[in-house]
Design a protein around this ligand. Structure first.
Ligand SMILES: [Fe+2]
Ligand SMILES: [Fe+2]
Length: 201
């Protein structure tokens, strides 16, 4: 079992940095993910402190200009960018945040680092803390597209892997509708969750 993060100073320091960097328009999202991750972790029996830590870290690098994100990508050694990642700008900020979590905040919990690095695509074999963040990032209350409240209630009634599968399917369908190619990690996440659910887990 990874070491539990209990240092409130660490959480406060990350939150402070996150808020200093986040443009006002995105504050409801980052605060929404924080709250949602706590609620969902408790709901699905996942360690709340780890979910909270992952949530606070996940969009830490989001506000960096894309060219600066790309320039820093080669220095990601904790969870390095794959060739597909290099071609997919929306995933860069997660990899950068995981690196910063490790280098600046001393986070060594591999499950939390993977949760942060891969929060926008998901990934096969993601630990429960990663699945919670993946669902929380999608369901947080400031995302208020038509039907969102019903969707939120329906997903929370499912077991965690089934809810994460619904999110992966929804994202894949969205990309297809827009004529965009999905990241291979999202397709691999869907296959992994489908086979996990077929086996009853
Ligand atoms: Fe993000
Ligand atoms: Fe996010």
């Amino acid at each position: 079992m990874p070491e539990t993060i209990t240092d409130p100073h660490l959480l406060a320091a990350i939150r402070q940095e996150l808020l200093a960097r986040t443009p006002p328009s995105r504050v409801p999202h980052v605060m929404g993910v924080e709250g949602m991750a706590v609620v969902l972790a408790r709901h699905w029996g996942v360690e709340v402190e780890r979910a909270l830590l992952a949530a606070l870290l996940h969009d830490l690098a989001k506000a960096l200009p894309p060219e600066e994100q790309r320039a820093r990508l080669a220095a990601c050694t904790v969870i390095p960018a794959t060739p597909e990642d290099w071609e997919c700008a929306p995933v860069w900020h997660g990899l950068l945040a995981a690196q910063e979590a490790h280098d600046v905040y001393g986070v060594t919990d591999r499950d939390v680092l993977e949760a942060v690095a891969w929060h926008s695509t998901g990934a096969p074999d993601l630990a429960d803390v990663g699945l919670v963040l993946y669902v929380a990032d999608f369901l947080e209350p400031s995302r208020n597209w038509p039907g969102a409240p019903e969707h939120r209630r329906r997903l929370q009634a499912l077991p965690l892997p089934a809810a994460a599968l619904e999110v992966a399917r929804h994202k894949l369908q969205n990309l297809k509708t827009k004529g965009r190619v999905a990241h291979p990690r999202t397709r691999a996440l869907r296959r992994w969750l489908e086979s996990r659910l077929e086996k009853g887990g």
